[in-house]
Design a protein around this ligand. Sequence first.
Ligand code: G3I
Length: 448
Amino acid sequence: MRLTLSRAALASTMLAATLGASLLLATSAGAATTLGASAAQTGRYFGTAVSAGKLGDSTYVSILDREFTMVTPENEMKWDATEPNRNQFTYTGGDRILNQAVSTGKRVRGHALLWHQQQPGWAQSLSGSDLRQAAINHVTQVATHYKGKIYAWDVVNEAFADGGSGGRRDSNLQRTGNDWIEAAFRAARAADPGAKLCYNDYNTDGVNAKSTGIYNMVRDFKARGVPIDCVGFQSHLSNSAPSDYQANLQRFADLGVEVQITELDISGSNQANAYAAVTRACLAVARCAGITVWGIRDTDSWRTGENPLLFDGNGNKKAAYTSVLDALNAGGTTTTPTTPTTTPTTPTTPAGNGCTSSVSLNSWNGGFVATIRVTAGSSALSGWTVTTTLPSGAAVTNGWNATNTGTSGSVAWSNVSYNGSVAAGQYTEFGFQGTGGADGITSTCAAR
Ligand code: G3I
């Protein structure tokens, strides 16, 4: 009898202990009470677009600081905001958002280095190689200003056409040559090797011609070693997400890139369910790193009158908020974010003339892309020339971040206006594409 009582006591003690443990789990890990904390349980972030002009609004800032762990400047890092006049850069709005985010423990997605919209007037009137150089200079300068501070950059935004073509959108940037996107990604990597580099677009929420065009570009970039780490799915939705939303994310993830939901907002009466479905889809894809909503309160949204966000105009949580929070707390796969990888390089040429150079080659049958890294010696460079010697049969078709003399045999490459200055021990990169086989290519560097 005594033994029986002891067993009963032991059992009830164990039950209480188990219940206690479950209750503890439920409050500490299973039911976090903010979007950011809930997303963090599976290693993800939960972000919002932020407008610098609203950082004086106490309701806005209190929700921002309580709920979100990632921030995207809504307009302040775009081309018209950061380079209103050619080569005159202004970072006031972008810096303000970045500093507020960093000082409150949040990270920042940079948005967007190149886009056919929100270009300053001076860029809209350029074309051809002048525009190409201005665009690459813009990427280099802005990514350099924010070097080490950005989680991921939308390097190129909305470059694919809507409709069934699956091809590129016509724009002044596209008319500089089809390689403008890869040139932008290479310049961004050279400027800030630690930032993840994303391609970002809309109407890509299911498997369709547009998303497949982007998928093919990403697959090609990965095959040729063009630096790309992530794809952003804006997800401006009405009433629901496509039924293959998760499958579409997964096929991109399977290419080895991170996927991110970058500008989520959803209108319509099915809003709460649709938000939950998008959240569950991200949680089910291990390489889905996080979700960003495009504004905080309905009154902050660019979709005036559609009320597509998680908080009403007074800052109250909506049903959509609760459904996202519940979906996050239900858990999912733990995310496995990608790390930006720098291009592997061949051994550097002997030090001499103040700089060294190294060649990284991506070749295919009949063509190649060469990336040349120029590294300053113990003194800073104020200008440089790299001479590449191409094997017989190889010829340069186009280059970026340097100007060339000659296209075959011995080709001399000189810095352009924005990358001649290289601090002691630091490097810059330029590149070129060519036909033929470039195995055996060599390079030598000289300071000017
Ligand atoms: O700041 C000026 C203000 O001084 C002026 O009085 C007013 C007059 O129109 O304009 C204000 O600038 C506006 C700016 O938003 C800030 O409110 C611009 O006109 C307006 O065009 C701009 O719209 C932005 C839009 O991108 C530009 O295309 C939206 O805020 C922004 O939410 C939206 O974001 C885009 C993403 O970058 C890319 N994906 C689509 C998404 C929605 O369009």
